[in-house]
Design a protein around this ligand. Structure first.
Ligand code: SF4
Length: 281
C-alpha cells in the first residue's frame, strides 16, 4: 500500500507542477484586486448604529482613563449637581417638538445628526404633521422631502411612517409610556425611549448620547465602556432629587463646556471635583 500511495502521489503531484506561478497567483490579486463593493444599506435605521459609534468613540478617546480607582463620594456628587441646578434650574432639551409624538419623531431623526440640523428640518414638517395620522396622510415621499437635509433621510422617512402606522395600529395613536413598547417602534431604541420617558412623561431616566458618555467617563462620575454601563452608573450615583434634569445638565455640560477636543476646564463648574487627569485647571 505505501508504494502504491507514493506512486499515486507522484502522479497526482508531479514535480513539474510549477511553484513560481502559484506564488505569482497569490501575490497578484492582492496588488490589483478590485475592492469588494460595500454591502447594500439596510432599510431600517435603528439606534444600534449610533450605539456602535458611541462605543468606538469610547475606545479611541476615553477608555484609556478609568476613574474607578478614585470614585466620587456621595457628597461630591451632590455638590456637583447642586451647582448645575443653581446655574440652570430648569434645563431644556434642544430638540424642538410640539407634543410627545413630535418629540418621538425628532429623537428618531436625531440619530447621527445634530439637534440644530434636525430642528431646521422638523420646523416645517411639524407644522403640517404633528400627529401619526397627519404624518401618514402626508406620505413617505413628502416626509422625505421635508427631512432631506438630515443624514440617512431615506431610511428615517421610512421609519417615521412605519412608527406612525404602528402607533395607530397598536397604541391608539398615542405614544406609549413603557420602555418596551417605545423600543418596539421602528427606528427607536434605548436612547429614544429614555429621552421620551424623561421629557414627555417626567420619568427619571438617563439617556446617554455622545456628550453624556464623554462626561460620565472623563469626570469619573460613571466610567463605562458602553452607553448602557454609563447610564446605569449615573443612575446609581445621582441622587433622585436631581434625576429629572440630570440628563439635560450633563448633555449641556458636554456640549458647551466639556467639549470633546478642547474642554473648557477654566470655566467648568465642577473642575475641582472632576477626576480627569488631563483637565487644564
Ligand atoms: S474639568 Fe475639564 S474635563 Fe473635567 S468636567 Fe470640567 S471641562 Fe470636563
Amino acid at each position: 500500500m505505501p508504494k502504491i500511495t507514493r506512486r499515486l502521489r507522484s502522479k497526482l503531484s508531479p514535480k513539474s507542477e510549477p511553484a513560481a506561478p502559484i506564488r505569482a497567483k497569490k501575490v497578484r490579486p492582492a496588488a490589483k484586486s478590485v475592492p469588494p463593493r460595500a454591502p447594500p444599506k439596510k432599510a431600517k435605521v435603528s439606534e444600534s448604529k449610533s450605539k456602535t459609534s458611541e462605543s468606538k468613540i469610547s475606545k479611541s478617546k476615553i477608555s484609556k482613563f478609568k476613574a474607578s480607582a478614585n470614585p466620587w463620594t456621595p457628597a461630591e456628587v451632590y455638590e456637583a449637581f447642586s451647582r448645575f441646578r443653581k446655574a440652570n434650574p430648569e434645563p431644556k432639551g434642544e430638540l424642538e417638538h410640539l407634543n410627545p409624538y413630535t418629540l418621538l419623531v425628532a429623537v428618531v431623526l436625531s440619530a447621527q445628526a445634530t439637534d440644530a440640523g434636525v430642528n431646521k428640518a422638523t420646523r416645517a414638517l411639524f407644522q403640517v404633521a404633528d400627529t401619526p395620522q397627519k404624518m401618514l396622510a402626508l406620505g413617505e415621499d413628502k416626509v422625505r422631502d421635508y427631512i432631506k437635509t438630515i443624514g440617512l433621510y431615506r431610511n428615517k422617512a421610512r421609519n417615521v411612517i412605519a412608527l406612525s402606522e404602528k402607533l395607530i395600529a397598536e397604541f391608539g395613536g398615542e405614544v406609549p409610556r413603557s420602555r418596551a413598547e417605545l423600543e418596539s417602534l421602528p427606528g427607536a431604541g434605548r436612547k429614544t425611549a429614555n429621552v421620551v420617558l424623561n421629557m414627555a412623561f417626567g420619568e427619571h431616566t438617563m439617556a446617554v448620547d455622545t456628550h453624556v458618555f464623554r462626561v460620565g467617563n472623563r469626570t469619573g462620575l460613571a466610567p463605562g465602556d458602553t452607553p448602557l454601563e454609563v447610564e446605569l452608573g449615573l443612575e446609581r450615583v445621582i441622587p433622585p432629587e436631581f434625576m429629572l434634569h440630570a440628563h439635560h445638565w450633563l448633555i449641556l455640560h458636554g456640549r458647551y463646556t466639556c467639549l470633546a477636543r478642547k474642554p473648557r476646564c477654566e470655566v467648568c463648574l465642577i473642575n475641582d471635583l472632576c477626576r480627569w487627569p488631563e483637565k487644564t485647571v
